[in-house]
Design a protein around this ligand. Structure first.
Ligand code: NAG
Ligand code: NAG
Ligand code: NAG
Length: 437
């Protein structure tokens, strides 16, 4: 009985509870739906503002990089805090697209896709015959220059059975004070070399005397800041000019403080005969190596691919063309290697390490003295320019790998030699370096 009495009450209670549960469930459901809708809306507006940001950065180089949604790569050393770009407007990057055209991707660099002309056209050629003084370099803006360079075929034969040439590319601030030494070096070897000079546009003085090997060899140049991205833009400008002459098979970057350590024939045959390119490449895991890597470069460049090395390179034609037409890594450096990143010490070593590790000797042929520490290498003044120094730089008893064997020639060039050393160099050159026999 008692149970019977209780039964209806209990069932009513149960029914009520069930309805309550349903109501609860429904309200949860509504809340969930509302939350979902809110989330979708929010993410849409986020995407919108992101794409807006990226559109803005496409046109304004100096805008700080937008945060990347990519997961940060494992860092061995934390990157050092980069100084803010500050209000200083950055110099315009190399090869910006013409304003009339729609913005191409990648935005910082406009390179038309490489076409492969079947035959080489004559206008690219610099000299006819071997003993003819080269014509002056054509002054070309970055865009025209790069369009021309990117049209060059990757593999080509030298026309007219001409000997290959070495392109000596001088990246200078102003006057080439050691030019008289270089004049002696080149004398009598016309047809085996080309010279290109990139000088800061602010330098208005003359570069050379009449009849000099440097006459008419100045290329269209732009302002260069020490350690900045403009430095590798200038290197690229030099390379782009030099690859236009199909006879150029080796490319050497030099500064105004560089000197040759051997005579022309030794330098020439060492470079032309080498199976390897000479770009210094090493992995520095400290703050002045991997610490300069920016995680915004991920995943195109990973921190374990990041390399360091001297700016002064000796490369072959294939690599030169690859550098000139690189529209993947170069613009990435333009965006993310600023301030204390020092693009000149990282761009080419990282590029070579990723793309051509097998063909590189990983060392430079340009000697420099870092033993005294600090951010700058030793500068040699007149008193230090001795016969012993020169002889020691040419051969100090150690050997280096060359085409599978060993050679006593580890360096072909050396820096940094100040103008005061010129007279002694001119005096020693004929005897020690057997210039002009
Ligand atoms: C260049 O120097 C080498 C020694 O380094 C010498 O054997 C050679 O005869 C020199 N060549 C010329 C053309 O002077
Ligand atoms: C240079 O380093 C690369 C790795 O970056 C390596 O594959 C190559 O064998 C090295 N070259 C020489 C000559 O040691
Ligand atoms: C020769 O010079 C190289 C670097 O230029 C150095 O690493 C090496 O220790 C030197 N060798 C001798 C025997 O002094």
């Amino acid at each position: 009985m008692k149970q019977q009495e209780h039964l209806p009450l209990a069932s009513i209670w149960k029914l009520f509870k069930d309805q309550l549960r349903l109501l609860n469930f429904l309200s949860y459901f509504l809340l969930l739906g509302f939350g979902l809708a809110l989330g979708v809306l929010a993410s849409y507006s986020l995407i919108d503002s992101k794409s807006l940001i990226s559109h803005v950065t496409q046109f304004c180089v100096s805008t700080p990089p937008s945060p990347q949604p990519l997961p940060p790569p494992p860092l061995v050393t934390p990157p050092i805090a980069q100084p803010l770009p500050g209000p200083l407007p950055l110099p315009p990057l190399l090869f910006t697209p013409p304003p009339a055209q729609p913005p191409p991707v990648p935005p910082l660099l406009y390179i038309p896709p490489p076409v492969q002309p079947p035959v080489l056209v004559a206008p690219f050629h610099d000299g006819i015959g071997t003993k003819v003084k080269p014509k002056a370099v054509k002054m070309m803006g970055d865009l025209e220059l790069l369009q021309k360079a990117s049209m060059l075929p990757r593999i080509q034969k030298l026309p007219y059975k001409e000997p290959p040439k070495v392109a000596f590319m001088f990246l200078t601030k102003g006057k080439l004070e050691l030019a008289p030494l270089w004049e002696k070096f080149f004398k009598g070897h016309e047809g085996l070399y080309s010279i290109y000079v990139h000088t800061n546009p602010s330098y208005k003085g003359s570069l050379e005397s009449e009849g000099s090997v440097f006459e008419g060899r100045r290329i269209h140049s732009k302002e260069v800041k020490w350690g900045g991205f403009s430095l590798i833009e200038a290197e690229r400008r030099l390379l782009a000019n030099a690859v236009l002459d199909v006879s150029n098979q080796r490319f050497v970057l030099l500064s105004e403080s560089c000197i040759p350590l051997f005579n022309f024939s030794t330098v020439y045959s060492h470079l032309i005969g080498s199976t390897k390119t000479f770009v210094e490449v090493y992995d520095d895991r400290t703050s002045v190596g991997r610490g300069r890597y920016s995680r915004h470069m991920y995943p195109t460049i990973e921190v374990k691919q990041w390399r360091k090395g001297s700016q002064w390179f000796e490369i072959d034609r294939d690599l030169a063309i690859e550098v000139v037409t690189d529209n993947k890594y170069f613009p990435l450096f333009g965006r993310h290697c600023k301030g204390s990143c020092y693009a000149d010490e990282h761009y080419l070593p990282t590029f070579v390490n990723i793309r051509f590790p097998w063909k590189n000797a990983n060392r430079t042929l340009t000697w420099v003295d870092w033993t005294r520490g600090g951010p700058h290498p030793t500068k040699f003044l007149r008193p230090y320019m001795t016969k012993e120094l020169l002889e020691n730089l040419r051969n100090n008893g150690s050997t280096c790998e060359y085409n599978g064997g060993r050679t006593t020639i580890c360096h072909l060039f050396a820096r940094k030699f100040l103008p005061g050393t010129l007279n002694r160099l001119l005096k020693f050159a004929p005897k020690i370096m057997s210039f002009n026999p």
